[in-house]
Design a protein around this ligand. Structure first.
Ligand code: FES
Length: 103
């Protein structure tokens, strides 16, 4: 069983169509809101360490602000370039807090 940690309050979570950075347990996360549904990815781009939580959403993906690699917010799978992946973390809302599950 993983450990659930608090990322932010529901009020601090990004609005639909946007992403935000959040830190918990010494890790940086990219928290994205797709049509009202929150998703949490590793916040560090696997290309050169860009801050995915400062990117923008295009379709279902977050686009890295540094060199435009993009990752699906639901699966972590890259749309560009293919075969790249970032980790997706299970997320839940509890008592108006946004929680993610670490390994
Ligand atoms: S660091 Fe993200 S695309 Fe280069």
């Amino acid at each position: 069983m993983g450990q659930w940690v608090r990322l932010c309050s529901r009020a601090q979570a990004p609005q639909p169509g946007t992403v935000a950075e959040a830190e918990a347990a010494g890790k940086l996360f990219c928290l994205g809101n797709l049509n009202g549904e929150l998703h949490a990815l590793n916040g560090i781009c696997p290309h050169r360490g860009g801050p995915l939580g400062q990117g923008v959403i295009a379709g279902e993906s977050v686009v890295c602000p540094w060199h435009s690699w993009s990752f699906n917010l639901k699966t972590g799978q890259a749309e560009y370039p293919v075969k790249q992946q970032v980790r997706v973390y299970p997320l839940k809302l509890e008592d108006d807090e946004v929680l993610v599950e670490l390994e």
